[in-house]
Design a protein around this ligand. Structure first.
Ligand code: ATP
Length: 384
């Protein structure tokens, strides 16, 4: 196993806009690192530069103690696990796992010892004589990982391994990969465009936009402290609400009314300037069911609810509003950056199952002021 250090990595294809632009990421030994972002953000290019399938235009790639910029892929001792698993259909599970060892000229006894040890770890020991065609998707994934394990690779690299699977299988496989990675403790870099995969699998997540690293942090940190509008809009489902906001003293004026925010938060933002407030749906609540203990940390406003969607144990209420043009412009750009996420002129509010708010009601909605972010509309930076 080894750490992987990317230092100021740049990749240009021809003379164009850099596909990867000055990215530095340190993947620690044994860490599960996710590279995430919308299509074209450069995450696959970055992974391909780690493996050696793509030249590095500028910067250093270091694996363990070795700088590998000019090292051939086979000399980097990394194992890439592909989307289609790349198993040989005519070979048994045993021979599929043994394949890299046979290629390296290992003796039969060494092959046997390593294949049996790996298949035990992966709980494949009962299936060694089967062909890949007779395995479940999860078992095939484990065979592919087995092949990586017997090579004693320094790290596993995954490029969207689950993107071809249906939602149910994807969920199962995600759990499986997480469990195996923890058990094996192998340094892992995993590329995905799916924020749920990123949030559930990663020890840390690197969020990329058009070749530039936006934020590198734990899933919890990305969720609670997004560094800018892009990360805020990318992480979370349903996505964070963005509203025009102006701060006066310790009050934030929103389209629905004004919300008191903590003094220290108000001190971080310019007074009187048009800003963008970001509030997640789950940080609103039907005012009539908010705990007394929480109530004091937020404000209540009255507004008409357009649509209520019941999901059983919770509901989403939709509240239309008009955004200022300056905010609209920034949100339209954000929508483009996020690759087609619908721009909303409506607030999405999550309601507890106990709420009795119905469509068309004038409802009292509570908002948790502690959880409000304020973004600069020009730079997109989170000022709070
Ligand atoms: P996706 O999820 O769609 O695969 P990605 O985030 O993995 O996207 P990359 O495949 O790394 O993005 O591509 C980053 C940018 O580099 C894109 O603009 C892409 O068009 C460009 N690009 C990728 N490969 C090449 C290539 N071989 N030649 C020229 N441009 C390329």
């Amino acid at each position: 196993m080894a750490a992987i250090t990317m230092k100021n990595i740049v990749k240009k294809y021809g003379d164009g806009f850099p596909a990867v632009n000055d990215v530095s990421i340190d993947v620690q030994d044994g860490e599960f690192m996710i590279l995430v972002g919308p299509s074209g953000c450069g995450k696959s290019t970055l992974l391909r530069m780690i493996v050696g399938l793509e030249d590095i235009t500028d910067g250093d790639m270091v694996i363990g103690e070795r700088k590998v910029n000019d090292l051939a892929p086979r000399d980097r001792n990394l194992a890439m696990v592909f989307q289609n698993y790349a198993l040989y259909p005519h070979l048994s599970v045993y021979e599929n796992i043994a394949f890299p060892l046979r290629l390296a000229g290992a003796s039969d006894s060494e092959v046997d010892e390593k294949v049996r040890a790996a298949s035990k770890t992966l709980e494949l020991d009962e299936h060694l004589e089967r062909k890949p065609g007779n395995l479940s998707g999860g078992q095939r994934q484990r065979v592919a990982m087995g092949r990586a394990i017997v090579r004693d690779a320094d790290a596993f690299l995954f490029d969207e391994p689950l993107s071809n699977l249906d939602a149910k299988l994807r969920g199962q496989m995600r759990t499986e990969i997480a469990r195996l990675q923890k058990r094996l403790g192998i340094t892992t870099v995993y590329v995905t465009h799916d924020q749920t995969e990123a949030m559930t699998l990663g020890d840390r997540v690197a969020v990329l936009k058009r070749g530039v690293l936006q934020q590198l942090a734990s899933p919890r940190e990305l969720y609670t402290n997004p560094g800018n509008l892009f990360v805020a809009g990318f992480i979370g489902s349903p996505p964070m609400n963005f509203l025009p906001a102006t701060v006066r003293g310790t009050s934030v004026e929103l389209p629905f009314g004004s919300v008191k925010i903590p003094q220290e938060k108000a001190a971080m933002v310019p007074e009187g300037k048009l800003l963008i407030a970001g509030i997640r749906p789950e940080h609103f609540e039907d005012a009539s069911v908010v705990d007394e203990g929480k109530r004091g940390h937020g404000s209540t406003f009255t507004t008409r609810v357009d649509v209520v969607e019941w999901l059983g144990n919770e509901a989403y209420a939709y509240i239309p509003f008009e955004a200022d043009d300056a905010v609209k412009e920034q949100l339209t750009q954000l929508e483009r950056d996020l690759d087609g996420e619908a721009m909303r002129n409506q607030l999405v509010v999550s309601l507890d199952g106990a709420s009795r708010i119905a469509e068309g009601d004038e409802a009292e909605i509570w908002v948790d002021a502690r959880q409000m972010h304020l973004f600069d509309p020009e730079t997109g930076d989170n000022l709070t």
